[in-house]
Design a protein around this ligand. Structure first.
Ligand SMILES: [Zn+2]
Length: 127
């Protein structure tokens, strides 16, 4: 029996399915890379700094909060408060954040850091 003749259609089907899956994953990954992440740093609800997180570079910002200066740092597309004079250090303990549903709030200094991404609501997660 000829192996090729028997399984030719199956092989074609599997090959084309793999190709379609590969293209789909490529599109999703490509879309994810294009998401433009920005962090808006506000003091008393006024935006004082708009930070581009998409360049994935390290930047330092010193934000004049209500009662002191916050040392804000970006690293690999995420943003964190490294130092603050607030008593509870909740903002510092948040660590590095790169998700829009996890804003960094420093109530003591009336500072908020909110992440915004273009088209992030429709983002598809793999796995
Ligand atoms: Zn704080």
């Amino acid at each position: 029996m000829n192996f090729w003749k028997k399984y030719r259609n199956d092989i074609f089907l599997i090959t084309s399915l793999l190709a379609v899956a590969g293209i789909a994953i490529g599109i999703v990954l490509g879309t994810r890379k294009k998401v433009n992440l920005t962090a808006k740093i506000s003091v008393q609800n006024k935006v004082v700094e708009t930070v581009n997180l998409s360049d994935k570079e390290d930047h330092d910002y010193y934000i004049n909060g209500l009662k002191g200066i916050l040392h804000v740092h970006t690293h690999d597309g995420a943003i964190a408060v490294l130092e603050s004079n607030c008593p509870h250090q909740d903002c510092v303990r948040m660590g590095y954040v790169n998700e829009s549903n996890r804003p960094i709030i420093c109530a003591y200094n009336a500072v908020s850091i909110v992440i915004e991404g273009n088209g992030q609501a429709n983002d598809v997660e793999i796995g």
